[in-house]
Design a protein. Structure first.
Length: 238
């Protein structure tokens, strides 16, 4: 028996892991960062082998982790969680600081940050587990950290396909999603007439959860957070 919903009971946080090597800086959102020992203080993080951040951590031998706050915006999460560091300088879009070894970390919308030196690497098939000895740790603010459950249930966020906790099909668009065809749009239409001054619909990105308050999305529209097209948005009645 394999009940995939059992995995939804596992508790995670939400972090931005980053590093910098000769090819530049890279970073991504993870929910796999955790403390593994206290003497010495060690942490671990599992990263997908296809992520640019994985190669950067391996080359640098170091990484940082910023623990996101509950109020962290979907724009920040979308940039680091659904865009590639190969195509975008993610750190140019947010406040960035550097640790003593020159590794970057996100210095906004984060309640704590950690810097670690890689001491072990374990091949996990699709992912690599990096174990690091903590060299720096700092509390940045008193706000509560964001849990993965909060990200899903309150923020309406989605799981990136490369994430360790991704379960195929669980975040697939519903039959009423955008792109399902005219019949789906007709079923979702409100009975009252649309007002020119107040949109009756919002459009939610089925990938990152970003919400756009418009009655219709123009042709060629792309999500400003994760970069997917109009066809990946579902219409939501207001």
């Amino acid at each position: 028996m394999m009940d995939n919903t059992a995995f939804h009971t596992l508790s995670y946080g939400l972090y931005i892991v980053a590093s910098k090597a000769e090819d530049g800086a890279a970073g991504c959102v993870v929910n796999t960062f955790q403390q593994v020992t206290s003497t010495p203080l060690q942490v671990s993080v599992a990263l997908n082998k296809e992520n640019a951040t994985t190669g950067t951590v391996r080359a640098a031998g170091r990484f940082t982790a910023a623990c996101l706050t509950q109020s962290a915006g979907m724009e920040l999460i979308g940039t680091f969680g659904f865009r590639s560091s190969k195509d975008l300088d993610k750190f140019a879009t947010c406040e960035t600081a550097f640790d003593a070894s020159g590794m970057p970390y996100v210095a906004e919308q984060a309640c704590a940050r950690f810097s670690a030196r890689v001491v072990q690497e374990v091949d996990l098939g699709t992912h690599v587990l990096f174990v690091g000895e903590v060299e720096e740790a700092e509390r940045l603010c008193a706000e509560a950290p964001m849990t993965y459950a909060y990200y899903h249930q309150v923020k309406g966020g989605k799981t990136p396909p490369k994430a360790s906790s991704y379960l195929p099909g669980e975040d697939a668009p519903t039959p009423t999603s955008a792109g399902a065809g005219p019949s789906a749009e007709k079923a979702a239409a409100p009975e009252k007439a649309e007002s020119a001054s107040a949109p009756q619909y919002a459009w939610r990105c089925t990938v990152c959860g970003h919400l756009v308050h418009e009655n219709e999305l123009p042709d060629g529209f792309v999500c400003p957070v994760c970069g997917v097209g109009k066809e990946m948005f579902e219409r939501v009645a207001l």
